[in-house]
Design a protein around this ligand. Structure first.
Ligand code: SF4
Ligand code: SF4
Length: 221
């Protein structure tokens, strides 16, 4: 799941200072689950933005809507009427959702209401941890199901780096050393031979910084 955090309200006030009517669009997918951009957060943000503008001596009309998933083009038409009535849209989705909305409503400013932070999962209520760096070339079969790309501070392929102390990372001693975790998992599963295998440098041409890559799912006949 994609984890996102709300941008500070002051930032959104700044984004919207030239507009009189805006639409806040929540996302029913990941942004709702991580309590950053669901129906409740959209309603609370609407109140905060109206209040802030009032304090500045003017009025901002804020309406809200929710889309099942902003990262799926088939759902975006559902807010078409509301979009025509406003000056701008604030998307409470991850960066993917913001871009889908911006493409769908080409003549309307679409602004990000969230900061997209990571791909991860909930380890306890209200706490999410990164688990995948979207490298495009998964190596979890070699590392005991523990991702060194996202969980090692140096993303090294052949660890540990030598700075690991008592199972903690030298860069952030609050965090476990990913390669220590990998060692323990491989030990527990009798696969320490994998620890000794040299992994050649990763092919980073498959990860995100080389540009957008379409991924097509094969449709079975
Ligand atoms: S190895 Fe790559 S694809 Fe696999 S979990 Fe890590 S970052 Fe994600
Ligand atoms: S101590 Fe472990 S997690 Fe930290 S940088 Fe070194 S190998 Fe990576």
């Amino acid at each position: 799941m994609i984890i996102a955090k709300p941008k500070p309200v002051a930032k959104l006030v700044e984004f919207t200072e030239k507009f009189d009517k805006i639409l806040l669009v929540g996302c029913g997918g990941c942004a709702s689950v991580c309590a950053a951009g669901g129906e409740k957060e959209a309603a609370e943000l609407a109140v905060a933005l109206r209040h802030w503008r009032q304090k500045q001596g003017s009025a901002l009309a804020v309406s809200t809507a929710i889309i099942t998933r902003q990262c799926d083009a088939q759902y975006l038409d559902s807010i078409a009427k509301q979009v025509t009535r406003v000056d701008a849209v604030i998307s409470l989705a991850c960066g993917v959702g913001v871009q889908f909305l911006a493409e769908c409503y080409a003549g309307k400013p679409v602004l990000p209401g969230l900061n997209t932070v990571l791909a991860g999962g909930a380890v306890q209520a209200g706490l999410w941890e990164e688990r995948c760096g979207l490298c495009g070339n998964c190596m979890l079969h070699q590392t005991g199901g523990i991702c060194p790309v996202s969980r090692c501070a140096k993303s090294i392929q052949n660890g540990p780096c030598g700075g690991s102390q008592h199972g903690k990372c030298e860069i952030n001693p609050q965090m476990p050393c990913a390669w220590h975790l990998i060692y323990e998992k491989l030990l527990a599963t009798n696969r320490l031979d994998l620890m000794m295998q040299y992994r050649s440098p990763k092919d980073w041409s498959k990860e995100h910084s080389v540009g957008a890559k379409p991924v097509r799912k094969k449709v079975l006949p």
